[in-house]
Design a binder for this molecule. Structure first.
Ligand code: ATP
Length: 329
């Protein structure tokens, strides 16, 4: 076991991807942002973010998406670690290793998740025990989706998506994700949304009663009907083939489907694991999606899974990994 006197040599945090069950986008504001009303759900696709003391700041990204992620100071995990170091007055560089299973530029907030993981892991490595509110403030500074990656579960987001209120819903949902072959840039999708809506009066966004009722009841059929995303028309305009992906999913047993966040991932809700396998096979066989993943939600937010401590790096589990469902398929 590690003792209080032995600081860990490395710490690993596990972080989930998110989907937006509902995403309402308000009018473009003078500061270039939009007010949002959104319902996030954390789903069981995860990255693992490990940190260890090093001579210099550095980062390694592993996994199938590594080539798509910057391995330098622009990586959100690195920005998060340095922000915490600056804020806490820490002068110990770290090497960050990201084992990446969350698709990149896919509307699943993988970069934000890595930032949340780096905050949590560095906080533990440096023995800071920062108050939760401090980590949440730093998370909001790093990006609108980072606070939710810390919180996890199911939550309503307002403001820029960073003001969160947990939703005490019931139910555990089974999701199938049709991945895109080309990422979509979030700013470009918002710009397309503004272009498509120009001249229209856009109301201030508010969560729908149908979504709240569905989550309270835990009824997957109602949730499937309530899924909605104001960014979907913009994502479909930029990648028209996503229409066919949506149709294929809905024709093959999905209870509902929508573009996840800014896309291009399309998320389908199904009734159970067996249906998720059937749908994954149908999507793959139809050739409409270059990749398919399955996961359950909600799952917990960023949490520590291991700390290796002591001169020979004995391995200590710091908690159970939670109901993460299938890691990927
Ligand atoms: P958003 O959170 O804006 O919805 P997304 O989920 O669509 O984004 P991400 O996977 O977060 O997309 O990646 C967006 C871009 O951020 C990538 O193209 C990549 O260049 C950059 N990026 C920086 N750090 C990371 C990281 N740790 N993981 C993934 N992408 C990163």
């Amino acid at each position: 076991m590690s003792s209080a006197a032995t600081p860990p040599l490395s710490v690993t945090a596990r972080v989930p991807a998110k989907i937006n069950l509902e995403l309402m986008v308000g009018p473009l504001r003078a500061d270039g942002y939009h007010h949002l009303a959104t319902v996030f759900q954390a789903v069981g696709l995860h990255d693992d973010v490990s940190v260890e003391p090093a001579q210099d700041w550095g980062i390694t990204v592993n996994g199938p998406y590594a080539d798509l992620v910057p391995a330098d100071g622009t990586n959100l995990a690195m920005r998060a670690a340095r922000l915490l170091a600056r804020t806490a007055g820490v002068d110990v560089p770290v090497h960050i290793t990201i084992d990446k299973d969350i698709p990149v530029a896919a509307g699943m907030a993988g970069g934000s998740a890595d930032a949340a993981g780096a905050l949590l892991a560095c906080d533990a490595l440096w023995g800071l025990s920062s108050p939760r509110a401090t980590l949440e403030d730093l998370a909001a500074e790093l990006g609108s989706d980072v606070p939710f990656a810390l919180l996890g579960g199911t939550a309503m987001g307002s403001g820029r998506g960073d003001r969160l209120a947990p939703v005490l819903g019931r139910g555990r949902y089974t999701w199938v994700f049709a991945l895109g072959d080309q990422g979509l840039s979030t700013p470009e999708v918002y710009a397309e949304c503004d272009r498509l809506r120009s001249g229209q009066r856009v109301p201030e966004p508010a969560p729908s009663a149908a979504m709240m009722t569905a989550l309270r009841s835990g009824d997957a059929v109602s949730l499937g009907r309530a899924l909605s995303n104001d960014l979907q028309p913009a994502a479909l305009s930029l990648q028209p083939h996503l229409e066919e992906v949506l149709r294929t999913g809905l024709d093959n047993g999905a209870l509902g489907g929508l573009v996840s966040g800014s896309g291009p991932t399309v998320a389908f809700l199904v009734s159970d694991t067996e249906r998720s396998l059937d749908l994954a096979v149908a999507l793959t066989a139809s050739g409409v999606a270059p990749g398919v993943k399955r996961a359950v939600g909600p799952v917990r937010g960023a949490h520590l899974i291991t700390a290796a401590s002591g001169p020979r790096g004995s391995f200590v589990s710091t908690g159970n990994t939670g109901p993460s469902g299938p890691r990927s398929s």
